[in-house]
Design a protein around this ligand. Structure first.
Ligand code: XMP
Length: 555
């Protein structure tokens, strides 16, 4: 049968309509609906593949699937089947995208999407792609539709809707719409403006005109659950413990008896990376922890305590604060500060690595959002806002083979893996801290004295936020030492002291952020304590700007 299928293979560029293929498939397989999921041997690898047409929400789709404990990867729409086959896909999701499907160069789905007999769910543009490729018709809508709509389900037996009420709020964002569905498809749900807001056929191919992945579609998660479990037949075996076992096997197999180094920063990503590699190869891993003198109060001690004393990792500790401060002397430009710190870090790292003799591998805590961003960066014109010096992305000229065990994880998954590895909440729940450290939270020149001032103020912020039990809830909370000074009065004396700014933000991925509405009492306590406990500071302000237009860090 496989050969017969091959001989009927059609491609989007061929003259043959893809819908012809579906007719052929029906002949070969009968009318039996293929969304009756085929059972999978327990423990077998499974995945859902998101075919990306450039939607700003593709990453969200992947997160929603992973929240169902099903492994999911995002691939560009022109990815060859061979790249995907090894992931053992159980279904496909076609993402939204900015194009119009009837435009001459519009991206279309690869033909294997329709040839593999796997369920497909097209979202927004993805739905229009399905409609267009299978012989339906898509046209510009009379008006563009953005925002809330109420979805009315007309086919309550459809497994996509199991457990959902007959009407539910959804989020729309489209200009085009389907005016004629392809043969074999029927409308499964409608909205006031759209008679076919959801379409489907008996082969497990669905199209949704709305976005189930965004928070504005509150029951979107149920739709994804229905798709992956009821329609694709997934088992939901993507769990932290499975990831840990697979990673340890993989790292052990790749490295053997050779040596690995890892730059430890104290943050959750490098901590989880180092712990995984350590589990796999033990003392053949050496971690280099560089104290650049720009860390927060008690940070070096905390890192050494956790990783050297408790977890027994092999750590080379380098106290390089003096070198960094010397490099930074007289520098006020934020980009220059970042560059100098980045360069110095590479220098120190190279010197220390050279002392270790032959090392073949470098372990890095690269995360999935970085991977996605770098694969799409070539096609998207990106304007540089700030150069990010991630401890991870550093020594490109160094001759190491990379090990990136977290390459396919989101930040919250990294935290879960960390917990499953036995790391404490203090490590896994740590708020992000930038590589250039306090240098980009001191406006103007960085000096030892200013570092002392900022460390003391930051300590108060952290302490009060933790006491208020808000630390885990906030994406970041910290102090900034501005270069401004203002007049104040203390006792009977005039003061002329520094201005400290406090920043606390909520965010899910640091791409956008909202300033946190901290209680006034808490802000009052932070302010009182800072002006009382930190010498040279006589005024505190709270930063009430979101990102955009501001960034999270001040420099
Ligand atoms: P911005 O300031 O660009 O920050 O809104 C977004 C997130 O990235 C962190 N950040 C950095 N992290 N090296 C890092 O490792 C850097 O140079 C750097 N600059 C900013 C920032 O703390 C926030 O979480």
């Amino acid at each position: 049968m496989g050969n017969e299928l091959q001989s009927h293979r059609v491609s989007v560029s061929d003259d043959v309509e893809v819908s012809t293929y579906l007719e052929i498939a029906k002949e070969l397989h009968g009318e039996q609906p293929i969304f009756e999921p085929k059972p999978l041997p327990p423990g077998e690898r499974e995945s859902i593949i998101v075919i990306d047409f450039g939607s700003q929400y593709s990453m969200l789709i992947a997160r929603r699937i992973r929240e169902c404990h099903v492994y999911c990867e995002i691939v560009p729409y022109d990815t060859p089947w061979e790249r995907i086959a090894s992931l053992n896909p159980r279904g496909f999701i076609l993402s939204g995208g900015p194009a119009s499907v009837y435009a001459p160069e519009a991206p279309l789905a690869p033909t294997y999407i329709y040839e593999r007999h796997l369920p497909v769910m097209g979202i927004c543009y993805g739905m229009q792609v399905i409609a267009s490729q299978l012989g339906g018709q898509v046209s510009p809508g009379e008006k563009h539709e953005y925002g809330h709509a109420i979805l009315h389900i007309s086919d309550e037996d459809c497994p996509l809707f199991t457990g959902l009420p007959s009407s539910l709020p959804v989020w729309m964002s489209h200009g085009d719409q389907i005016v004629e569905m392809p043969l074999g498809f029927s409308a499964l749900a409608y909205t006031e403006n759209l008679p076919n807001a959801v379409m489907g056929n008996s082969e497990g191919i669905f199209g949704l005109q709305f976005h189930p992945e965004v928070a504005h579609t509150p029951q979107g998660k149920n739709i994804f659950e229905n798709f992956v479990y009821r329609i694709c037949g997934c088992q939901g075996n993507w769990t932290p413990s499975r990831f840990i076992t697979e990673s340890i096997d993989k790292i052990g197999g790749r490295v053997g008896k050779r040596k690995v180094i890892c730059a430890l920063s104290g943050g959750v990503d490098s901590a989880v990376t180092a712990t995984l590699v350590h589990r796999a190869i033990g003392d053949n891993l050496t971690c280099i922890f560089i104290n650049n003198g720009l860390l927060r109060r008690e940070e070096p001690e905390r890192v050494l305590n956790t990783f050297q004393r408790n977890l027994k990792l092999n750590i080379v500790y380098v106290d390089a604060g003096g070198r960094f401060l010397e490099r930074l002397r007289g520098t006020v430009d934020p980009e220059m500060k970042r560059r100098l710190i980045g360069k110095e870090f590479i220098k120190v790292f190279e010197e220390e690595a050279a002392k270790l003799g032959k090392v073949d591998f470098l372990a890095q805590g690269t995360l999935y959002p970085d991977v996605i961003e770098s694969t799409t960066a070539e096609t998207k014109a990106a304007v540089k806002i700030k150069s990010h010096h991630n401890v991870g992305g550093l020594p490109s000229k160094m001759k190491f083979t990379l090990i990136e065990p977290l390459r396919y994880l989101f930040k919250d998954e990294v935290r879960e893996v960390g917990l499953a590895l036995g790391l404490s909440e203090d490590v896994t729940g740590r708020q992000p801290f930038p590589g250039p450290g306090l240098a980009i939270r001191i406006i103007g020149e960085v000096t030892q004295k200013k570092l002392q001032t900022l460390r003391a103020a930051d300590w108060v912020v952290m302490n009060e936020i933790k006491k208020a039990k808000l630390y885990r809830q906030l994406w970041q909370s910290f102090a900034i030492l501005t270069d401004a000074r203002s007049v104040g009065v203390m006792g009977d004396y005039r003061t002329y002291g520094y201005l400290i700014a406090v920043r606390a933000i909520n965010s899910v991925d640091a791409m956008t952020a909202d300033w946190a509405r901290l209680p006034y009492d808490l802000l009052a306590r932070i302010s009182d304590r800072i002006v009382n406990e930190v010498p040279d500071v006589n005024r505190v302000v709270y930063d009430i700007t979101s990102k955009p237009p501001a960034t999270i860090e001040w420099e």
